[in-house]
Every structure is written in C-alpha cells, then in structure tokens.
Design a protein around this ligand. Sequence first.
Ligand code: AMP
Ligand code: MN
Ligand code: MN
Ligand code: MN
Length: 284
Amino acid sequence: MTQYQNADLHCHSVVSDGTLTPEALAERAKGNGVELWALTDHDEVGGLERARNAALGQGMRFLTGVEISITFLHQTVHIVGLGFDADNADLRQGLQQTRGGRDARAMEMSDGLAKVGIQGAYEGALKFVGNPQLISRTHFARFLVESGVCRDTNEVFRKFLVEGKPGYVPHRWATLKDAVTWITQAGGVAVIAHPARYKFTPNEEFALFTEFKGFGGQGVEVVTGSHAPAEYVTYAATAKEFGLAASRGSDFHSPDESHTELGTLPFLNSELTPVWELVSHRIQ
Ligand code: AMP
Ligand code: MN
Ligand code: MN
Ligand code: MN
C-alpha cells in the first residue's frame, strides 16, 4: 500500500466559507508538499469535481470530502466524510436538505444584529458568499470586519456570533445518525471533526463517540488546525480507546484568516491507523 505522510484532508473553498477557489487551494496544497488532498466544504459537494481535476493536474492524489453540520446534545458538531461517491443520490439529497435552513437562519441573524445597531448585515454578508445556498457565520464575520465593527473575524465571533450574542441563532442541523449514514452508504468513511472544539462534558463526549461508532463511524481528527498540540495526544488516545482511525487536516479557510496553512501540521503518530487506509480503494 502506498504510504502517505503529508495528507491534508480538511479545508474549505469559495463553495462554502473559504476564500480560495478549488484550483487555488490545490496549487497551494501542492506547493506545501501535500501528497493526498481532500476538499471538505460545509454541507456541499459542488466543488469536488473541480478540486479533483486540479489535484490530479498538480500530481496530487485526491479523496472526495465534505464537512456535515449536525446537532448532538444541543451542540453543533461537524462530521467529515471522505472517499464517498459524490454522485450518490441520498447523500446529495441529505446535504441539500441540510443547506436548506441556512438562508432563513441568516435573515434571523441579521435581525439580531440590527437590534444592536448593525444594519444591513444580511445583504452585507451576501457580498462575501460564493454559493448562494451556503451563507454562513463566516460571511457575516467578514462583513463586520469590512465595515469596521471588529478588527478580525475572531473578534466578531466572540462578540456577536456565538451562543448568547446578538447575531447567534440556534439551529437544528442534521442528526448524527443521518450524517454518518449518508457518508457510509455512499461508500465513504465518517470522521468526527476537531473533537476538542466542542464543549461536552466527559460523559457527553463518551456518548458522542459511542453513538458515532454504533452508527458506523470509523474515524476521528487527531491532528487538525483546530487542536493545540496537547490535544493531538489526547485524541490519539481516544482514537485507540474507541478503535477509530485517525485523520489529519489543516481546516484551512483563507490566507488572511487561517492560522494553519495547508499541509504544514505534524504528521500522524505512526502508531495510529491513518483514516485514508480505510478508503484506499477510493483514492484517485
Ligand atoms: P456556520 O456553519 O454558519 O455555523 O459557521 C461555522 C463556521 O464559522 C466554521 O466552519 C468556521 O469556519 C467559522 N468559525 C466558527 N467559530 C469561529 C471563530 N471563533 N473564529 C473564526 N471563525 C469561526
Ligand atoms: Mn468553516
Ligand atoms: Mn468544522
Ligand atoms: Mn472545517
């Protein structure tokens, strides 16, 4: 089996909330030495064909990818899918349904911001949207930076876009079972994205991993741009405890906003099973 070390299996293009095209991302990944690459736009597979062509053109290997928003125990959790058939009808329909609530949510977010004196946020955010079906909090954050309300997107999230803040709207996404099923019945592997980012108690986190496995999930992100180095160690242990394969990905969104560059994180510890081994037959 081909060995990969520099696999980057998590990033975003203009098809969701990234600022680069699939082609520009592929070029950037290749420039940073990425050997195996996946594009994982939020709730959307519309960029994968372009990404695949660009990756192969750059001489990289490619896996299909997606990052699905779900609600688990009242929190939003992200499930990454890798190596699935992007033409699978059930997967495509499920994702379309998931995207469906975003526009109404965005208008409610805008209403919330108007109440604290920020007018026109919906229209403002739309200027940053590459895919009309995928308006996200990130696009609002870019608008509030552009209009001088905050210095950077992090500050916008902290002050306006997280629970308890004026632009936050609770939202019911897909279920854990749905997301894992959409991915696995399309031939892919389901992966819990950036587990350290959630605010679960230890019991709740145990429930997430246990139910995820029960539904057929097989992977967890260990080395991600969303984890501190100590968390690589924590979640390497969790991967072993639950018998899950490990993934690695930058979660790159933009040259101006992302702290983590494509393809530059530490490699996975060799004691872990790399998640791409489970879908090696689907590597293009
Ligand atoms: P949404 O899917 O609309 O809820 O938006 C979620 C996206 O917001 C994530 O995928 C990140 O790209 C971005 N995000 C979440 N929290 C932060 C933060 N604290 N700072 C910057 N971006 C964030
Ligand atoms: Mn994002
Ligand atoms: Mn995420
Ligand atoms: Mn992401």
